[in-house]
Design a protein around this ligand. Sequence first.
Ligand code: F6P
Length: 359
Amino acid sequence: MSKKRIGILTSGGDCAGLNAVIRAVVHRADLLGWEVIGLLNGTASLMEEDPEYRVLKPNDFSGQIMREGGTILGTTNKGNPFAFPMPDGTVKDRSGEIVDGFHKIGLEAVIGIGGDGSFAILKRLADQGNINMVGIPKTIDNDIGMTETAVGFDTAVSVATEALDRLQPTAASHDRVMILEVMGRDAGHIAMSAGIAGGADVILIPEVDYSVDKIAEKIKAVKRSGRNFALVVVSEAVKTIDGEKFEVTYHGGETRYGGIGQYLGQKIAEATGFETRVTILGHVQRGGAPTYNDRLLASAFGVKAVDLVRDGKFGRMVAWSNREVIDVSIEDAIRAYQQVDIDGVMVKTARSLGISLGD
Ligand code: F6P
């Protein structure tokens, strides 16, 4: 009898811990006597006439790979296959090609490592092509519903916390207010966690409306207390006081959040008279070695995902809940987009430490 073949792919923005997930899947599958096929660049390689893939073996992971950021399989957060941008400027539905590619390789199931956007696409492809799919949540934004955390978040928070640790002494040496802009898309989880861990005085997140006067009041109070510096963390999706998004348009027309830190730096300087400097942390939050927490989460998620395939439980996403790995419906997870709970423990903790949320 031929070996059971399962596919694995990484989709959406990368983050630290993806290679550790792949390693866990490959090891667990190998113990069950299965073959793991690494699909390249999300679903992109399945569109090829002759889909390119990589057979993955436990030995591939004996060295450096699981310790590294990025993904050995490649990924993309562009090119929705249902409206794929073609070189002539038109868009085409290429979902059928992907489904065909999947069946050509002879996969019994696919494990997709992604965020909510990727899962929405993978779920649609799975429904259309009768593909057995299991999802593993990864995102630095930690905005996927039905799971307390996702692979990559812990590392991103560590990087942002370290940035605050590095900004504090230079802020103190120069009597400055330092503004750190972090990623997170429409959820303020990175700002909230890193802000608390890194001793911020002000944390601004898209879930809480701010006023410049309130921010200025807090910073002046800090200075009055005898401290000569202040730290402000702002999440990239925070809007201007007029409710405008700050975005950057890249070549090709793609837009991403970015720039609110600079705007707030100006406003804070005007309102307080203090010198401000702005750091935009950007993609640094996605790279580097995963923290031990992300490696553990990646390992537990990878093992559970393979076990779901073994048990024939498809359309499910592995999730972290109450010190356990559980499985939830992918559909429910996509529906329950998870922003910061303004009545939750993190917000309460921040406020109880005297951190201003600008409101
Ligand atoms: O979703 C992850 C994320 O890093 C967001 O925090 C950020 O807004 C976006 O992706 C950046 O996307 P890109 O890698 O395309 O610049």
